[in-house]
Design a protein around this ligand. Structure first.
Ligand code: 13P
Ligand code: SF4
Length: 300
């Protein structure tokens, strides 16, 4: 059994910063230097001067940190922690879309592989997608991969139409409008927040559509004593820790991303002891993918 103290001590010895996504296990979040959404973690990764980054999240997130830090060591406690949505589109698919729509701007959700990012002009996260899409030229077609739900959500918000890829998140697909209706019956005064990876019907049934970081900010600023959240249950740990006077309820307690739960104190400790598994990206792919990520980070 590894402890938080052991992991922290090893991280200090290795001059490592520990970044954890909001969906990680509670003890992993407690062992981390920073917990955040994809955008917050990408920004942390871009700004860090630590020699090593121990990335507690899914593979594309650690890969983004590695792309932004070519000279540093990025470790992932379990490299099999993938994101099924990210694997729903390939670089070949994007090349074919670009060939079918010459002149279109190719946009990828950060939940994508390095090879897909390398084919795209710019990335978005759920925390900045509206701002980034609004910053792009109005007169050009836009390809949006892989999440059809985030893509259609932003297109609706901005009154635009995108060429959407039919990818989706299997974890958020569990959250249906019926489950939201049930949560409203149980907590009639509570606002309902859902992640934009949910289907259009589910998004419509909710009060707010927010990234995980957006949900944390909403909870901090809201006067509501009860809040219902429709996303992966790991976020409850941070919401409860930051808002001790408020109560949080899940739309569905089974909404768990199995890949996010692969990180444990044991494999974090082992990664720091052995300085492996390392996340590496082919330098040519990384250089092209970095352009798309940096274009996103430049949008204020
Ligand atoms: P956030 O950027 O909102 O944390 O979302 C990442 C993710 O994978 C949601 O499923
Ligand atoms: Fe991927 Fe969904 Fe898991 Fe997020 S919750 S990492 S989109 S499978």
């Amino acid at each position: 059994m590894a402890t938080i103290e052991e992991v922290r001590k090893l991280a200090a010895e290795r001059h490592a910063v520990i970044l954890a996504h909001n969906y990680q296990r509670s003890e992993v979040q407690d062992a981390a230097d920073y917990t955040g959404d994809s955008l917050e973690l990408a920004r942390r990764a871009a700004e860090t001067d630590a020699e090593t980054i121990l990335f507690c999240g899914v593979y594309f997130m650690a890969e983004t940190a590695a792309i932004l830090n070519p000279g540093r060591t990025v470790l992932i406690p379990d490299p099999s922690a993938g994101c099924p949505m990210a694997d729903m589109v390939t670089a070949d698919d994007v090349r074919r879309l670009k060939a079918a729509h010459p002149g279109a701007i190719a946009v990828c959700y950060v939940n994508s592989t390095a090879e897909v990012k390398a084919e795209c002009d710019i990335c978005v996260t759920s925390g900045n997608a509206e701002r980034v899409m609004a910053s792009l030229s109005k007169g050009r077609e836009k390809i949006f991969v892989p999440d059809r739900h985030l893509g259609s959500h932003i297109a609706d918000r901005l009154g635009e139409k995108y060429i959407l890829w039919p990818g989706y998140c299997p974890t958020h697909a569990m959250l249906t409008a019926d489950k939201i209706a049930r949560a409203r019956r149980e907590h009639p005064l509570a606002p309902v927040l859902v992640h934009p990876e949910c289907s259009a019907e589910t998004r419509l049934a909710a009060d707010e559509r927010l990234s995980t970081g957006g949900m944390c900010a909403y909870a901090r600023n809201s006067t509501a004593s009860d809040i219902v959240v429709g996303t992966e249950t790991g976020i409850l740990h941070r919401l409860m820790a930051e808002n001790p006077g408020k109560r949080f309820w899940c739309v569905d307690e089974r909404c768990v991303c199995p890949n996010m739960k692969k990180t444990t104190l044991e494999n974090m400790k082992s990664a720091l002891e052995t300085m492996s598994p390392k996340v590496t990206v082919d330098p040519v792919v990384a250089a092209r993918a970095r352009r798309a990520i940096e274009a996103m980070l430049a949008v204020k």
